[in-house]
Design a binder for this molecule. Structure first.
Ligand SMILES: C[S@@+](CC[C@H](N)C(=O)[O-])C[C@H]1O[C@@H](n2cnc3c(N)ncnc32)[C@H](O)[C@@H]1O
Length: 206
């Protein structure tokens, strides 16, 4: 039995088993781990291979080192659209599955076909996440709530994949000390982008 006191940051608790998907430089995972004083409850993943991460993000190596010391499980090459079949993950279920600022990596934001690509990333993630949730678990997606991002219609994507949107909580980056949100693609992949008006969309299984 674990007698350590529960520690929390915003929506997250040291008592939850948390899966982070599509990490950039792993600074969000590190922020949670620092708040908990441990990362033994966190599995942090990137689509990028370890090699690719190291060349894309200046802080990735140091962040991952710190996370490992805190007991985090780190996995690379995790594709959210097929992650339920990933042998490294299919042993477990999670209380929170989190994808911050999902994006296809194509930057023609207002192009209808590109919006469909972004929606495809979210749909694939949700279809997998629903199979990996513990009882009473939640899926969280943090996303911009301005045009053209509202055209992704996350609520509808959730409903289409067996979820119900239970809360849309305003997202303020300053509530996550040390988190540096990344563009993730192209020559400016290591740069942050202004989050503007964003929210954390919380979904539960219907
Ligand atoms: C805008 S970046 C955000 C990165 C990070 N979540 C953050 O907040 O800094 C979009 C991220 O989505 C990831 N991504 C895109 N498609 C994915 C997929 N099928 N599975 C997992 N991650 C994916 C990219 O690798 C990239 O890290």
């Amino acid at each position: 039995m674990d007698f350590r006191a529960e520690k929390t940051i915003k929506h997250y608790s040291s008592n939850q088993k948390i899966l982070l998907v599509g990490e950039g430089d792993f600074s969000f995972s590190k922020c949670l781990a620092n708040a908990f004083g441990s990362a033994s409850n966190i599995t942090a993943t990137s689509l990028d291979s370890q090699e690719s991460l190291m060349s894309k993000y200046t802080a990735a190596s140091a962040n991952i080192q710190e996370l490992k010391v805190l007991g985090c499980t780190i996995l690379h090459g995790v594709d959210a659209s097929v992650m339920r079949y990933d042998s490294r993950l299919n042993c477990c279920s999670f209380d929170r599955i989190v994808f911050n600022f999902p994006h296809s990596g194509i930057f023609k934001q207002k192009n209808a076909a590109v919006i469909e690509l972004h929606k495809g990333v979210v749909r694939g993630f949700l279809r997998n996440a629903i199979e990996m949730l513990a009882t009473n678990g939640e899926v969280h997606i943090t996303h911009k709530t301005e045009d053209p991002y509202i055209r992704w219609n996350l609520k509808e994507l959730g409903e289409e994949t067996g979820f119900c949107l239970v809360e849309k909580s305003s997202f303020y980056i300053w509530e996550y000390a040390g988190y540096s949100n990344k563009r993730g693609q192209g020559s400016k992949c290591d740069q942050s982008f202004p989050v503007g008006n964003s929210a954390t969309f919380k979904f539960v299984k219907v």
